[in-house]
Structure formats: structure tokens, C-alpha cells
Design a protein around this ligand. Sequence first.
Ligand code: ZN
Length: 308
Amino acid sequence: MFDRIRIGRFLGVVLVGAWVASALAESQAPSANEAVKRLAAGNARFRAGSPTHPNGDAARRAETAKGQEPFAAVVSCSDSRVPVELVFDQGIGDVFVVRIAGNVCGVSGVATVEYAAEHLHIPLLVVMGHTSCGAVTAVVEGAKLDGRLSDLAGLIKPAVETARKQNPALKGKELVAAATLANVQNTIETLFEYSPLITGLVKEGKVKIVGALYDIESGKVLWLPGPGGEPTEPAPEPAAPAKPAAPAKPAEQAKEPASTKEAEPAAPAQEADPADGPDPADKTEDKPAPTHNDTAPPKVDKPEEAPK
Ligand SMILES: [Zn+2]
């Protein structure tokens, strides 16, 4: 299989240095909550226009040349307006980033997250969508997509269908906003569904998965509620509300009081429960058929078969 070969190559490379990374990574790893706070603090600096650009000098390069020890992994969109390290004001070796259009995970995405969790021992995984996502918008609008883009769209489609089901009246930008939130949740569920490894680490409390939404206009990262709807961390304090109406549109679709949407985390309907144990069977019927490529869900090429 195309992807199995790719994963084999990928792992062949990464495993060479895995023992080095493992040894380095197991020391002084922050807790998941500490990791969230660190990201939130960086985002606050970024939004306030006072980033410190930490860990970006020659000394840090020399230090990390010996091995990486990121304190968090982030699955985000490839959109050029979502530069993850800048958004969180982090530097070299701080954040392990997986960027795929629409912040979805196919085989390679799941495997990459597995590597971060299993070999780099990151305590926190953030799955972050963003406002005005072109990939989500294209699927909502039913745009005709050429090449392998249709496969990528297939990974986003379940979220759009979920958003439509939850609120059939939504259209246009409102539907895009709701689908964006559902897409974050869908990616989290995909990780659970296709990766027993990740599911196990989450159940053991070694990794925490948190959803987030980045507002490309205000620069703010909204932290989506965790299990039971409770915030997963103290909400980062916004420097100053930018524009009342525009930013947190997806949050509007999430039963959140309109007046607090700027300051509070969004509250999408979250069914997955990363801490207490995901339900891998939840959304099976929503997954598109496997198509044996990089962006298709790995139902055939199960990730757990490849890494060993
Ligand atoms: Zn996007």
C-alpha cells in the first residue's frame, strides 16, 4: 500500500533517532495543563502584539540539535494565516506541528501524531481549527474539487454533515462556522477511532487531547470545552476584544451566550471524552470509504499495523 510504504519510510527515519528523543523527552515534561497554559500565555503575547519569540537563537538550535523535546503537539490547518509557532509565540523545538488543509488526519496524520505521543512523549495534543477555513468552506459549498482534493474533502465532509444535522437551518458562513467546530471534534474522534495507541495513551492519562479554534482576525485561540463541557484550562485572558461581531462566529453555533463569545471558550457539542475514554465506534458510519491515499481514513491501512 502506498501509505504503508510511506509510513514505513517515515518510521524508518524517525525510529533511528527515537531512542535519543525518548531519553531526552522523558525528562522534565510538563503536565498537559501546564502545556495548555504555556500555549495560552504565548497566544496572549501574540494577540497583544508583544511576542517574545522565545527559543529562536543559536543556543536553542545547538540545544535542540541533540534531540527534540516539544511540550505539545498541534494538528492545525495548512492555511498560511495560521502559523502555529507564531500564534503561540513558541520557538525551535517547542511544538510538534502537523499541518494539513482542513486540520484533518488521514493515515499519515494519525501516524505523525502517534510518533509525537509515543516517542516524543508530548503530554498535550491540540487539534486546532480556524475561522474562515477555505477547506471547510469548499466542502460546505459543495465545490468541485480536482485531483486528490476530493479525498481531502471526504475527510471534512462528515463534520459538515454533522453540523447540518445538528442545525438544519444553518447556511453560508454560519454553517461553515458550525462545521469548523464539528471538524475539530471529528479529527479528535478520528484519532481515537484509528489509533489504539493514542487511545491507550489518553486512557492512561499520558496524553491529553484538547480542541481549539483560532480566530484569524483577532489572533485569539479559543479553547474548546473538554469532557463534560468544562473548560480544559483557565481561559486565556484576551488583551482587548477586537471586533465584537466578527471573530468567534463558530462559537455562536455552540450554544454559547453571544455576549461572552469573545472571552469564553466556544462550546461545541462535544461527545468524545478524551480523558474518560473515547468511543471509537461513535462515528464509523460517517467516515468516507477508504481510498488508499494519504488523506483517506485508514480503515484499510490501519495505523496500528504499520508502526511495528
Ligand atoms: Zn483552513
